[in-house]
Design a protein around this ligand. Structure first.
Ligand SMILES: [Fe+2]
Ligand SMILES: [Fe+2]
Length: 377
C-alpha cells in the first residue's frame, strides 16, 4: 500500500526514456545513467519511482532471459533500495509485438507495480494506484498509468498512436467508482503516460520569423509551423512535441471527470517544459538516460512532492545530471560542457560577431548530433 509519510508528504521520482540496450554491461552510457539514478535516489529518497516508458529495448523474442536481466539491471538502483516503482509502456516496449511478455517480465521484479488492470481493452498495461493517508485508512490521491500504444494504424492520419475510446471509458468508469467510494468527492490524481497529448501544443505559441533560430519545428503534420514556449510555461523546448496528430478525447475526458492535477509524459528526449493548459498541468519529461538522442549533461529526473494537507497543488523539481556534479563517461568533450540551448546561443553569438568558425562548427555539430535518430523516439 502506498501511503503518505507521517509528515504528510509523498515523493514521486520520474525517469524518462532510459532506452537501455543489450550491451548495457559494458556501456559507459549505462554507467552514466546509473550514476544519475543513484544520486537522485540518495538525495530524494522517494516513496515511488515512475519509469515513463521506452525503458529498455525489448529483446524478448530473441533473448527472453537477456531481456529480463537487462530490465533487472536498469531497475537495480530502485529495487536495491526497496522502493516501489511503476513502469509504463512506451512505443518501444510495443515494437516487437510481445506486450504481455514484456509486462510479465516487469511484474517479476520486486516492488514493481506494473500490471494490466483492464484486460480486454486497448493497451497492455493500463492501471491505477491509490495513495492512502498516513494512517493507511483512506485513499487520498490516485495515480493513473496509461498505455499510449505505439504507431497509429493509418500513418497518413497520425504517426503516433492515440489513447482509444475503450481506455478513456475505463478511466471514466474507474473514476466514477472511486468517487462513489470516496463519499461523492473526486479524488485528485496524476496521469503518467509515454506519448504526450496533442494539447501540449497549447503550451506553445507560433514563433515570429525573427525567432526562427531559437524556435522548434512542430512534429509531422505540424511541421509547417515553428513554435516557442508560451509566457508562463517553464523549462526547455528542444523539439516539436511528438504527440498524435489528431485529438483522441483523452484531455477532454480529464476535464469532464475532474481531479486530474497534472499529466506527465516521456517520449520527447529533449523537452522538459511544463505549464497549465485549461487548468491541467502538463509536463514533458526528458530522458534520464544517455542512449538514443540525449541532451548532453542535462539528462534529468523530476521530483514531484505531494502534501496530504493540501492536495489541490504539488511541487516539482528538475534535477539534471550536471547539477549533481557528476562526470560523464559516455559523452564527448563538447557535449560534456555544451548542450542544446547553449549550442544555439553559441551559434547566434558567433553569427553576430562575424563567426568564430570553430565554435560555430561545434554548434552545428552538436545540433546534428541531437537530431540523430530523432525518428527513433
Ligand atoms: Fe517513445
Ligand atoms: Fe524514447
Amino acid at each position: 500500500m502506498l501511503r503518505f509519510r507521517p509528515d504528510g508528504t509523498f515523493r514521486i521520482l520520474l525517469f524518462g526514456d532510459l532506452h537501455e540496450h543489450a550491451d548495457y554491461a559494458a556501456s559507459p552510457a549505462f554507467r552514466d545513467m546509473q550514476k544519475l539514478m543513484n544520486a537522485a535516489l540518495d538525495r530524494d529518497r522517494p516513496d515511488l519511482c515512475v519509469l515513463l516508458g521506452d525503458n529498455c529495448n525489448v529483446t524478448w523474442k530473441e533473448d527472453p532471459a537477456g531481456f529480463a536481466a537487462m530490465v533487472r539491471a536498469v531497475c537495480a538502483p530502485i529495487i536495491d533500495r526497496g522502493i516501489p516503482f511503476a513502469p509504463i509502456m512506451g512505443n518501444h516496449e510495443h515494437d516487437p509485438g510481445c506486450d504481455d511478455a514484456v509486462v510479465e517480465t516487469y511484474m517479476q521484479l520486486p516492488g514493481c507495480l506494473m500490471r494490466n488492470d483492464a484486460p480486454g481493452i486497448t493497451g497492455a498495461a493500463n492501471y491505477r494506484e491509490l495513495i492512502y493517508d498516513a494512517a493507511g485508512e483512506a485513499p487520498r490521491f490516485c495515480l493513473w498509468f496509461i498505455d499510449s500504444n505505439n504507431l497509429y494504424p493509418d500513418r497518413e492520419v497520425s504517426h503516433y498512436d492515440i489513447v482509444y475510446p475503450d481506455q478513456i471509458a475505463w478511466f471514466e468508469r474507474e473514476s466514477a467508482a472511486l468517487r462513489e467510494r470516496n463519499g461523492g468527492r473526486t479524488l485528485p490524481s496524476f496521469v503518467f503516460q509515454h506519448t504526450p497529448v496533442p494539447e501540449e501544443y497549447r503550451l506553445l505559441r507560433k514563433a515570429k520569423w525573427w525567432e526562427r533560430p531559437v524556435s522548434v519545428k512542430g512534429y509531422n503534420t505540424r511541421s509547417g509551423t515553428r513554435y516557442m514556449l508560451r509566457p508562463g510555461c517553464a523549462g526547455y523546448l528542444g523539439e516539436g512535441p511528438c504527440a498524435p496528430d489528431i485529438g483522441d478525447g483523452q484531455f477532454e475526458s480529464w476535464q469532464r471527470v475532474g481531479g486530474v492535477l497534472g499529466a506527465f509524459f516521456g517520449h520527447d528526449h529533449l523537452n522538459d517544459f511544463s505549464g497549465y493548459a485549461d487548468g491541467i498541468f502538463l509536463a514533458q519529461h526528458k530522458t534520464a538516460g544517455f542512449r538514443a538522442y540525449t541532451d548532453g549533461c542535462r539528462s534529468c529526473v523530476r521530483l514531484l512532492t505531494l502534501d496530504q494537507r493540501n492536495l489541490t497543488t504539488f511541487t516539482q523539481e528538475l534535477q539534471r545530471f550536471k547539477d549533481f556534479g557528476l562526470k560523464s563517461e559516455s559523452l564527448g568533450p563538447i557535449l560534456r560542457t555544451i548542450t542544446d540551448r547553449q549550442s544555439i546561443n553559441t551559434k547566434i553569438t558567433c553569427g553576430a560577431l562575424g563567426g568564430i568558425a570553430a565554435l560555430a562548427g561545434a554548434g552545428v555539430a552538436i545540433k546534428k548530433l541531437t537530431e540523430v535518430s530523432r525518428h527513433e523516439k
